[in-house]
Design a protein around this ligand. Structure first.
Ligand code: SAM
Length: 293
């Protein structure tokens, strides 16, 4: 059978089912099998790997996952796609579709129930762009036991996720994702491989989940508060951002200055110049000065 991801087969499936794209659900379907090969290769799938897919659409990526991985569980929010997936996934007995919003789903329980016999688990998806960051952050913060992610997203978000300190893309999202994973852009994807073509450039990002976070902090939530606060106004110094943004910061300017100095960080620096490790040392120093979120 011809791949789903060709313009002619995709058009045929959509027209037979009378399906119209919903822009609000980020529906841009892949129509190029070469990109799908590159995605499954990047994810290093084998029959011993389980895969969680988010947003199977009409199954373009799902069938490549089904061919190369041991089992695929795909979360799809749009009920209209269920009868289509039933038809397109008919040749594959290792695919399960769950009609749920990934942001509301109990993914941990699904993993326990569906992937007990798999030692390796990957998230592989062409993500709906309106919720890329919430999806990645939910799966990381909920500590879903996956080895990694290979996902399509807006290139601009991929640049921010994988950014290094002192670059203009580096910010609290880079820190949040790099705290849990080693992040790299695997390759850039042209707009022409989608139907309809999205307005923005796309990239495949690879996230390798770390065995333990990149830095060790006493209070994870406070560490993330400190990083977010430090980037609140990028042109301001880290001292100003912390004083203005931390609860009670204005009354505690002296303690914040002391914490910065004890952490070896010049209060005149900008947040974007601090490494993950410096943020960790800083958040511990702020806690020692009695500053809490
Ligand atoms: N995987 C298909 C492909 O590559 O051709 C479709 C990818 S399309 C970019 C995104 C898919 O995610 C759509 O099928 C859309 O309905 C689905 N989707 C959007 N929001 C979702 C959510 N919150 N939870 C689960 N699926 C969602």
């Amino acid at each position: 059978m011809k791949d789903i991801a060709t313009p002619s087969r995709t058009k045929d499936i959509l027209s037979r089912h009378g399906f119209s794209f919903k822009k609000s659900l980020g529906q841009n379907f892949l129509i190029d099998p070469n990109i799908l090969h590159r995605i499954t290769e990047t994810a290093e799938l084998t029959k011993e790997t389980g895969v969680i897919e988010i947003g199977p659409g009409i199954g373009a990526l799902t069938e490549h996952l089904a061919r190369t991985a041991g089992k695929v569980v795909a979360f799809e929010i749009d009920q209209r796609l269920l009868p289509i997936l039933e038809e397109t996934m008919e040749p594959y007995d290792n695919v399960k579709v769950i009609n749920e919003d990934i942001l509301k789903a109990d993914v941990k329980t699904v993993v326990e129930q569906e992937f007990a016999e798999f030692d390796r688990l990957m998230v592989v998806a062409n993500l709906p762009y309106y919720v890329t960051t919430p999806i990645i952050m939910k799966l990381l913060e909920d500590k879903i036991p996956v080895n990694g992610f290979v996902v399509m997203l807006q290139k601009e978000v991929g640049d921010r996720i994988s950014a290094k300190p002192a670059s203009k893309e580096y910010g609290s999202l880079s820190i949040a994702v790099q705290y849990y994973t080693k992040a790299e852009i695997a390759f850039i994807v042209p707009k022409t491989v989608f139907m309809p073509a999205p307005n923005v450039d796309s990239a495949i990002i690879k996230l390798q989940v770390r065995e333990k976070p990149a830095v060790s902090v006493e209070n994870e939530a406070f560490f993330f508060t400190v990083t977010r606060t430090s980037f609140a106004q990028r042109r301001k110094t880290i001292l100003n951002n912390l004083v203005n943004g931390l609860p009670g910061g204005k009354e505690k300017k002296e303690q914040i200055t002391a914490a910065l100095e004890k952490a070896g960080i010049d209060p005149a620096r900008r947040g974007e110049t601090l490494s993950l490790n410096e943020f960790a040392v800083l958040s511990e120093a702020l806690l020692k000065e009695g500053i809490q979120s």
